[in-house]
Design a protein around this ligand. Structure first.
Ligand code: UDP
Ligand code: MG
Length: 136
């Protein structure tokens, strides 16, 4: 049995605003990640704070929540072999300056805060994050 996984991907406001969603989705599909569900929505700052609560003690927390709730986002369930680590690899380093060539953040990220995408970082967090956006 291969490790078929699901992970949560978010296309953040900076990328939705620049119409990059289709380009980013093509990268997932080309790399054998299937988009099982997706929706475009805008969340409140309180919802962003709930989503990012692991970072609540960080100095960037307030700006991060303000940013994620600042405009429409697209959230997706990605499924595939090793989907969690594969998605993280396709995303690239948190700071686009440090991201490898051809990663999403290298191609499209503007700065460490406007870095175009989010991806779950573990099996447990993927479950929590998928449930957060796709209840039932
Ligand atoms: N972030 C930030 N400043 C920092 C570190 C992180 O604005 O110094 C933002 C950044 O947008 C990042 C998010 O907080 O994507 C969550 O941080 P994390 O360390 O979980 O990075 P990620 O998992 O997104 O690569
Ligand atoms: Mg993270």
């Amino acid at each position: 049995m291969s490790n078929l996984e699901q992970t949560l991907s978010i296309i953040k406001p900076d990328a939705v605003e620049r119409d990059l969603s289709e380009n980013i989705k093509k990268i997932f599909i080309k790399n054998n990640l299937e988009i099982k569900d997706s929706k475009k929505l805008q969340i409140t700052k309180d919802e962003a704070a709930e989503f990012y609560k692991v970072h609540q003690s960080k100095p960037f927390f307030n700006d991060l929540c303000a940013y994620l709730s600042s405009g429409p986002i697209e959230v997706m369930i990605l499924e595939g072999k090793n989907a969690i680590s594969l998605n993280r690899k396709l995303m690239g380093a948190t700071d686009p300056k440090n991201a490898e060539e051809n990663t999403i953040r290298k191609l499209y990220g503007i700065s460490i805060d406007k870095n175009s995408v989010h991806g779950s970082d573990s099996v447990d967090n993927a479950k929590i994050e998928i449930k957060f956006f796709f209840k039932n």
